[in-house]
Design a protein around this ligand. Structure first.
Ligand code: ATP
Length: 338
């Protein structure tokens, strides 16, 4: 067994690894001495030095400043909780963050944590997701190092019938978070795909544990394409990434923080009844000619509006108004994906 890794993996009393604690100190202090770190963490100076070396190996630029200690010069775009927590400034979203290098599904893990009592606002993140799920059992691709797989746990005080509003709220939060960091004019393809320049940037999947009267928990999952330069053939015509759209390298950490901040704003919008107004102002679907692909039936029409409960209203070519529920259909623009 590699002892270096062993030190890295062992969580302390707070459930954090020593490497995370070293990184947290480096992020919050300009220069931090090896001695202070060793006292604070209750480990030897050699153990501290090993952690600094391990961080450097992972891409952190850490300077040794004379005899004073270590200074963090720059950080790589890794999924590590200290990087996300640094400057997050939220009240509840992301108060507890759990990161995985690779996991089958962040939604699955968070649902399990919810059943074990995890609190409102807990976040699960993964650098790679091997079994990501979309709606209706479809797959979602989150290749290693390129994308964000994030799930946020909500314990809302609402009747189960109102939960669809959280799905719309999640799309508003993700869209707002992305535009806050990148300035991109992102939109929402009903019900909850985030699109830009006619292509899909992000898919969202909410999963609820509830009985008839009470919502136990809702896991709001989002897969956001960030660094991908190309996509597999089956989605290359419809998928895009933040790097492709901006021509820059967008920080996954900044996007995650912005989405968590926007989730708190969105919660307020739901409380004060302004969410639907914001959702509709960001809609790429309203006012478009669409094709609605339901099980056993496809029809075309004009997307007229979205009800406060999230139902899409489509006027068919014969003039009939049809209400379309999310969950059982795909909506496509007649001129392209959006
Ligand atoms: P759509 O209208 O795109 O069919 P949907 O809401 O029915 O959307 P989702 O559950 O959001 O579908 O996403 C699953 C689909 O998204 C997959 O079937 C695949 O076509 C596509 N997809 C999978 N991974 C990605 C990705 N990383 N980026 C963009 N599209 C993806």
């Amino acid at each position: 067994m590699n002892l270096n890794n062993c030190v890295l993996q062992i969580p302390n009393m707070n459930g954090r690894t020593i490497m995370e604690e070293v990184l947290r100190s480096l992020l919050t202090e300009n220069i931090v001495s090896g001695e202070k770190l060793s006292q604070m963490l209750g480990v030897s100076r050699t153990a501290v030095w090993k952690q600094v070396t391990a961080l450097r190996e992972r891409g952190f630029n850490i300077e040794a400043v004379g005899r004073q200690g270590y200074r963090l010069v720059s950080s790589p775009d890794l999924m590590l909780s200290p990087l996300i927590e640094n400057g997050l400034n939220t009240e509840w979203a992301g108060k507890h963050i759990i990161c995985f290098e690779s996991i089958d599904s962040t939604n699955r893990v968070l649902r399990q944590k919810a059943q074990q009592g995890a609190e409102h606002g807990t976040v699960v993140l993964a650098d790679e997701q091997t079994g990501g799920r979309g709606r209706r059992g479809r797959g979602w691709l989150t290749p290693k190092g390129s994308a964000i797989a994030m799930s946020l746990l909500l314990r809302p005080e609402m009747h189960p019938s109102r939960v669809p509003i959280l799905s719309l709220g999640t799309s508003v939060a993700v869209a707002k978070g992305i535009s806050a960091v990148t300035g991109l004019p992102v939109q929402i393809k009903w019900p909850n795909d985030i699109v830009c320049s006619g292509k899909k940037l992000c898919g969202i999947l909410l999963e609820m544990d509830a009985n008839e009267q009470h919502v136990e928990s809702v896991v709001a999952g989002a897969g956001i394409n960030v660094h991908q330069k190309e996509f597999p053939d089956e989605i290359s015509a419809t998928a895009t990434s933040l790097d492709l759209l901006t021509g820059k390298t967008v920080s996954r950490t900044e996007i995650i923080k912005a989405v968590l901040r926007a989730a708190e704003e969105t919660e307020q919008m739901i409380r004060n009844g302004t969410l639907m107004e914001t959702y509709c102002s960001m809609s790429a679907t309203i006012g478009r000619a669409v094709s609605v692909q339901a099980v056993g039936e496809t029809f075309t029409g004009h997307a007229e509006s979205i009800h406060p409960d999230g139902v899409l209203v489509v006027r068919t070519e014969s003039g009939e108004l049809r209400e379309v529920m999310a969950g059982d259909v795909s909506v496509r623009g007649l001129m392209g994906y959006v």
